[in-house]
Each structure stands twice: as C-alpha cells, then as structure tokens.
Design a binder for this molecule. Structure first.
Ligand code: 13P
Length: 340
C-alpha cells in the first residue's frame, strides 16, 4: 500500500468545487430508474445512458470521480474507448462499487447486513487493473421500533472495516458508506442519535483494522427528519445537526466527507450541502457523492431518446454546477431559475 498515493487520490476526489457522481446502480436498481421513464433496461440502454453522463461537455469542472457498477467498468463508448479510460482522459477518477448488496441479517428481523467480502481481495485487484482508483461499500441501517440493534450496527461496521483494509492493501481509496435511511416517521433527533452510534462504531472498526484514515473517505447520510415525520427539520437545522454529529465522531485525519442524497429532492440535497459549507471552519472537506440527486432530472429529460441527449447533458451540467457552488456555500435558489 502506498499511503501517499491513496491520500492524493482521496484529496483529488474532494478537490475544491467538485464532487462525485454515483452511477453505480446495480441491475435491479437501474431497472427501477429506467421504469420511471418507461425504458427497458437492456445492456445497450444502460451503456448509452452512462456514456451520455460521462461525455457531458465541461462536466469535469464539477465532477472529480464517478462510481461505476461491475458491468459499466467493462463497457465501451461508441468509439470503442473503455468507459474508465474515457473518464480518466477527461480528468475524472473512475471508482467501483464492490459490495454485493444488503441482505436480511439472519436472526434480526427488519435489519440488513451488506455482503461481498468473500473473494474481495481478488476482485479488487481486477478492478484496479481495469482502471479503478477508489471503491464503495454501502451498509444500510433502518430506523424503526427497536431497531437498529447494537449488533446490526456492529456487524455492518465490521464488514465496512474489513472492506476498507482490503481496499487500501489493493491501492484503492475506500469510500465507507453507512447509510441511515430516511424512511419512517422518526424525528431528526432520533436520526442524530442513530447516525452518531453508527459512525462511532465505524471509526473504531476502521482503527482496529489499521485502516489509514488519511486515505479514506466517509459517505454518510445527512441528519434529517424521517420522511413520514409530521415535523420536518428546516435547512438550517439539518445543516447544524449534521455538522454537530460529524464533529463529534469523524476524526480530522479523514480528508473528506461525501454525502449520499438518500431520497432527498435534488434541490434539497444541494441546499443542505451548501448550508453546511456556509457554516465554515470544518476540519474536512464537505462534498457530495450523489446518485438520484444528480441523475433523476437527467433521466426525465433524456427519456431514452437520442434526440434528447444534448438537453439531458445540459440538465446534468446544471445540477453538477449547482452542487459545485454548494461546495463553497454559494448555492442559491436563483441558480435554478437560470437553468439551461
Ligand atoms: P443516492 O445519492 O441516490 O442516495 O445514491 C448514492 C449512493 O451511491 C448510494 O449507495
């Protein structure tokens, strides 16, 4: 492991004004997204869609890295260029999702454990050969009656730490993603409590497993009210609660925190990030690694038709630019009105 290289990749991923595009939807997830625009999920449609995103003119101003799915990292652009090479040439770092999904945790109804550790060492070296320089593993924590249990948090933190150590051994920056879901009627206070517990176990796990935090990125949820909670915390309250939680549990050796969007609207995800950066004085970069919040409007503009490709790329450029502004705490609602 070359820590200097890991550190340099981690820092490039959270470079000023830039963030990550999560385009690593698994086959069932991309099928669900395509269903929303009445498009069959064929291999060619998936390839064409990812090529549209990655070839958006000027996108490397705001996008530092892209998380790919196993199928995508092996696909080629129409001109024959492998998609990871296409990204690298544009100055965008290719990454790869390496977990194999969250499965029911045996004996713990309603809870999940993320799988994918077996054979991971070999898969990681294969992905590095294909051009990946960072990886992602997502753990899923649900809030409900009596859950999460301390055991579920511990089991997921352990898997994340095993994954992160193997990534660093293979020369890949691990993005460690413990996602506390926003589904349910829970309050913002409950989300803060669960997020604090989940993150503190994740960081003790990483230290136990001798993971170098300088070459690691954290991908957490924001501290939000549950979707069905009758009282919804406003932008300022979310920003304060999220930053307070992170300051309590995330060591300053971590170069950057790249939020997931988790079901927030694109404008909410951008607004929250901007409000946090406007608070200023953070020991880490606060950035984005959005899937839906960057892509939902693009899919709606594209609808699977080549005739809409340029318009869809303009939508992607606009959302990325808004999130780029949020990196400096400078996003405003007016920016939406000036969309192409
Ligand atoms: P969302 O931003 O849609 O939550 O996706 C991010 C991601 O990569 C989840 O693993």
């Amino acid at each position: 492991m070359d820590l200097k290289e890991l550190e340099s990749v981690a820092r490039s991923l959270v470079a000023q004004g830039k963030g990550i595009l999560a385009a690593d939807e698994s086959s069932p997830t991309i099928e669900k997204r395509f269903r929303g625009i009445d498009l069959p999920s064929t291999e060619e449609n998936r390839r064409a869609y990812r090529e549209l995103l990655f070839t958006t003119p000027g996108i490397s101003e705001f996008i530092s890295g892209v998380i790919l799915f196993d199928e995508t990292i092996r696909q080629k652009a129409r001109d024959g260029t492998p998609l990871p090479a296409l990204l690298s040439r544009a100055g965008i770092i290719p990454g790869i999702k390496v977990d194999t999904g969250a499965k029911p945790l045996a004996g713990f109804p309603g809870e999940k454990i993320t799988e994918g550790l077996s054979g991971l060492r070999e898969r990681l070296s294969g992905y590095r050969e294909l051009g990946a320089r960072f990886a992602k593993w997502r753990a899923v924590i649900a809030i409900g009656d009596g859950i999460p249990t301390p055991f579920c948090l511990k089991a997921n933190a352990h898997a994340l730490a095993r994954y992160a150590a193997l990534c660093q051994e293979a020369g890949l920056v691990p993005i460690v993603e413990p996602e506390v879901l926003m589904d349910g009627p829970h309050t913002v206070e409950r989300c803060e409590e669960v997020t604090t517990a989940a993150l503190s176990l994740v960081f003790s796990g990483l230290l136990e497993h001798r993971v170098a935090l300088e070459g690691t990125l954290l991908k957490p949820n924001m501290v939000l009210s549950g979707k069905e909670c009758p009282v919804q915390a406003g932008v300022g309250a979310v920003a304060e609660a999220t930053v307070r939680t992170l300051r309590r549990v995330v060591p300053s050796a971590v170069p950057g925190i790249v939020f997931l969007s988790g079901g927030q609207t694109p404008e909410q995800a951008t607004g929250h990030l901007s409000a946090m950066n406007a608070l200023g004085g953070h020991p880490w970069e606060l950035s984005f690694s959005y899937g839906r919040a960057l892509q939902d409007p693009v899919l709606k503009a594209w609808k699977g038709s080549p005739a809409n490709a340029a318009a869809a790329q303009r939508v992607f450029y606009h959302r990325s630019k808004c999130n780029g502004a949020a990196r400096f705490g400078r996003y405003t609602k007016e920016m939406e009105a000036t969309a192409a």
